[in-house]
Ligand binder design. Structure first.
Ligand code: SF4
Length: 61
């Protein structure tokens, strides 16, 4: 499973970076996601973060 962030939608609210810091980090203007595969034990947390993102900017693929 991979995840990415739509930089045009992210408002840098910090929710995902607080909840799953091993996958999401805050860049200069928007959050960033790891580029490789999401570790299996974090897939559930990443899906929850995607559901919780107020801007629907987290895209799970
Ligand atoms: S939760 Fe959504 S809007 Fe907030 S920092 Fe993460 S990707 Fe951006």
């Amino acid at each position: 499973m991979k995840v990415r962030i739509d930089a045009d939608l992210c408002t840098a609210c910090g929710l995902c970076t607080d909840d799953v810091p091993d996958v999401f980090t805050m860049g200069d203007d928007v959050a960033e996601a790891i580029s490789g595969d999401v570790p299996a034990d974090l897939e559930g947390a990443v899906k929850d973060a995607a559901d919780s993102c107020p801007s629907e900017a987290i895209i799970v693929e």
